[in-house]
Design a protein around this ligand. Structure first.
Ligand SMILES: [Fe+2]
Length: 298
């Protein structure tokens, strides 16, 4: 039997593997953090993590798929911070998308003109639930992400966060059929993007929940209705509606908080929102975002 089949035969995310799922679930929920404060790791020098810092970061990524680092030195506008943190976690392959800077990181800030100005991240508006790169082709998914805050907004700009594995778990426990529907290869289609009459991206179809080659859970998702066409059958429609309600529900598995100067999020591309904000024009909100094709090796 090839190794991948052995891995998949006890993979908890495959619906047939009920006992593996129950075992995984028990372990997943044991001491699961319930407040954002539990996700924070203080870091002295991001360019050179201590053994303890690296262990704390890795442990949280393992448990919740996300961690917030809190640097001793704040207000430093240096992309070497996310870049080097990523390298220490084994991620370096950046998705140099069209809005990225030359070095592959993206400066998330209010932009009033040009290409960036048409996209919501570069405005003060809120952004609904999504994972990054949901519109990418299946072979170029974003498996990890770093968001480093140089300067927060004068007001607002908080993020809400859901661990994708917890979302899977709650949905599966409600009705495994929802998982089956959302694992279908044609569950969710991201419609083509046409700019100035030119096709920037064709339609992209795929599942919501998928497994990586290593058998890890990965999600493609956006809650923006105009950015997605759901498969036209009753079960998929119901599943996407229940998923949407779950994300918006009050749950202590859902985290919410604001990245302050010198803080950053490292995650396995978990579900997130951004709340609307008000900028101070003299000290505008600035975050550096790195989207990676790599998976963080745990
Ligand atoms: Fe995002």
């Amino acid at each position: 039997m090839p190794q991948s089949s052995i891995v998949m035969s006890d993979n908890p995310f495959i619906l047939d593997n009920e006992s593996a799922y129950q075992q995984w679930k028990k372990h997943k929920l044991e001491n699961y953090p319930r407040s954002l404060a539990d996700l924070i790791v203080k870091v002295k020098d991001p360019l050179q993590l201590s053994t303890d810092e690296l262990a704390a970061i890795t442990a949280l990524l393992h448990k919740t798929n996300m961690v917030i680092y809190d640097l001793e030195q704040q207000d430093v506008a240096d992309k070497a911070i996310p870049e080097q943190l990523g390298r220490q976690l084994g991620i370096s392959s950046l998705d140099k998308n069209e809005c990225a800077d030359e070095d592959g990181f993206t400066s998330i800030q209010v932009v009033e003109e040009g290409l960036h100005a048409i996209y919501i991240p570069y405005s003060e508006k809120g952004i609904n639930w999504h994972v990054d790169g949901y519109y990418n082709r299946l072979s170029e998914q974003i498996y990890s992400m770093i968001l480093h805050c140089v300067r927060p907004a004068a007001k607002g700009g908080e993020n809400q966060l859901w661990d994708n594995e917890i979302v899977y778990l709650l949905l599966r426990d409600e009705n495994p059929d929802y998982i089956q529907a959302l694992m279908a290869p044609d569950a969710m289609t991201i419609p083509e993007n046409i700019l100035d009459g030119k096709l920037v991206r064709p339609d992209r179809s795929g599942p919501v929940f998928m497994l990586t080659e290593e058998g890890r859970l990965h999600m493609r998702y956006t809650a923006r209705a105009r950015n997605v066409i759901w498969k036209d059958d009753a079960l998929t429609q119901k599943a996407q509606q229940v998923l949407r309600e779950l994300l918006n529900s009050n749950s202590d598995y859902k985290f919410e908080g604001r990245l302050e100067a010198g803080q950053g999020l490292i995650c396995n591309n978990v579900l997130h929102t951004r709340l609307a904000f008000q900028d101070d024009k003299n000290r505008p909100r600035l975050l550096y975002r790195g989207r990676y094709f790599d998976k963080i090796c745990l």
